[in-house]
Design a protein around this ligand. Sequence first.
Ligand SMILES: Cc1ncc(COP(=O)(O)O)c(C=O)c1O
Length: 274
Amino acid sequence: YKIVHARDSFHGRTLGALSATNKKYQAGFKPLLPGFKAVPYGKIESIEKALSDEKVCAVLLEPIQGENGVKIPYENYLRDVRRLTKKKGVLLVLDEIQVGMGRTGKLFAYEHYGIEPDIMTLAKALGGGIPCGAFLATNQVARHFTPGVHGTTLGGNPIAMSAGLAVMKTIMEDGLLDRAASSGTYFLERLAGIKEAHHGLVKDVRGKGLILGVEFKSPEIAKDVVTRAVGKGLLTILTEQRVMRLLPPLIAGKKEIDHAIDIIGETLDEAGNA
Ligand SMILES: Cc1ncc(COP(=O)(O)O)c(C=O)c1O
């Protein structure tokens, strides 16, 4: 069987996930698992073509690519992929490890598109700092995974499970989904202002809820801005060389966002004058 995945994806560094991840992360870890077919992200024609291979049993995707520079596919992409996978009887696996648990303003990012995957992975925010990951599947898929067929030493340990439950309760009871959605809209509006004021340096700003990216016109500018921002107390990360990725906590509000925008504006003023 084969699994179709996106060429520039990031699914992690364990052997199976690494086999479905961007080649640049694979160096030094070969041999990897066979049976993975890479296609460009966000291009439905490539998925359609790949699905003509009868050996394909699943399509694995990130709803938004985080490590690959906050790439948000066209609005109907996941819906189109879901339609094609259903038609072919192929499973849709969504990696919600970075964008799930409220990050985009919905509990799971796929909810924006009115679809459901057959399998989904969760981690990162799931444990709120305690290592915790999960693999969820529909009943139809999960029935093939009976108790005892798969396991791991620390899997399902009570501390991690309690942390996961506490995180879920907090997200739902403290209104963090609405907060992430409204704070995200505000942050993106303010970033659009930054782009306008610094159009010589900033190429694009984008985001969904509280995963946001600022794409600069060159890797040098991006590195300079990200480094200067850390010095001023704003911790972001450089992804795909020219994109500053912002993943504020879901409790971030106007005050914190205004502060972040002030810092980004200041760093851009400095970078522009450097
Ligand atoms: C989409 C996605 N999947 C999976 C992972 C998990 O990676 P790892 O196994 O290296 O912790 C990450 C980490 O950044 C991620 O962004």
